[in-house]
Design a protein around this ligand. Sequence first.
Ligand code: SAM
Length: 435
Amino acid sequence: MRDGGKIDAAISVLTDVLTRHQPVKSAAKDWGKRARYAGSKDRAWVSGLVLDALRNKLSLAHAMGSDEPRALVLGALTHSWKWDIGRVDEAFDQEHAPSALTLDERERLVMAPDPVAPAYVRGDYPEWMSPMMERAFGEEAVVEAQAMAVRAPVDLRINTLKADVEKAEKALRSVHAEPIPLLKNGYRIPAPDPSVRANSVESIPAYSKGWVEVQDAGSQLAAAGANAQPGEQVLDYCAGGGGKSLALASTMQNKGQIYAYDIEGRRLSAMIPRLQRNGVRNVQLRHPQEDVGLNDLEHNMDLVIIDAPCTGVGTWRRRPDSKWRVSDRALQLRRGQQMEILHKACSFVKPGGRLLYITCSFLMEENEDQVSAFLADRSDFSQEDVVASAIRSGQLTEEGERVLEACRRPSGSVRLTPRTAGTDGFFMALMRRES
Ligand SMILES: C[S@@+](CC[C@H](N)C(=O)[O-])C[C@H]1O[C@@H](n2cnc3c(N)ncnc32)[C@H](O)[C@@H]1O
């Protein structure tokens, strides 16, 4: 496809995302079914442009004087993709392209960003979240949010059950992966440019052989915070697709037992091929529909991990469409679930055992507030320094230790953000049950 047709397609996909509240993935898939002539490269190009328009939706709308999909796509081409007007004109002249640029569009495309636009516009976050952004980040709300409005790299974790750094490093050259400065077993493929065809990591042998797993560095650091030891009894209470279970199995060297539980059994089923590919032998799935339940684990676990359901605002770099769907209602619903889960899951921790609470959110309402409220109810638990625990795991580089220290919150928990750690937004708090 030529650029003009792809730009027209991006406007149509973005219209579906904004008017029908469809995720980009499904709107792009629907378009792909209609446009059988589009190849995989065209589809990546179109989705990439839509995602970039959504990352900066408010600042682009402000610059263009319109929040129509056409204006946002035009703004993304010039502001994010750095196209000059000549290139836009050339594309708009082609068959199947949108109608030619208006005089007003032409003028707006070359205007500098407005430095006195409201903070939520400069930071591209929903206006209703302004008080929470200010509470979390104070005067740094705009710069923190701006770092969440850029494309994310693809982070990889070397699965030490099957490969070491040297072996994986060679196998990852074809995807131009580089070490993540924070983690001894982390590799990173720079953020893909949607206008350039790149090999997907899933297509390389090292992935199908289970030498590497795709996992954001923040998620890897959260798993390190658990400092799970070989031989321990661990409950992954919100195991979902198994990202944390897989990481823990690797550090536990397949020794001991991980019980992976999730309220949605079908999510656990998706973990089975991943466990096989990774050569993991110490994870036992506990489906919620099965009679056995979790009763036998009561007061027996060395470690319980709660990777809690949350608003997912920490993943805005990867899923910018979700940024505009999150609502106060959803936040309150998640808060209720988090508190219920904390109270249920803590009963599995044995005296002297650990409870690790994780979210992929930077909101204090889902993080510090929840931990404080839980500790106020449960005097048999006390908070520990999760940075020290992560350092003891031996998985961090010196740079990783330094960054985690800098991200430590006053209570001993950690908040990671794209700006402070170069990861997705994550929160982790470690608690211990009295002996
Ligand atoms: C953030 S995701 C987990 C991601 C997963 N740990 C990983 O690393 O890939 C949160 C999970 O919590 C599960 N969940 C929600 N409510 C729950 C509950 N009451 N009890 C157990 N799991 C729950 C969801 O089904 C979802 O899979």
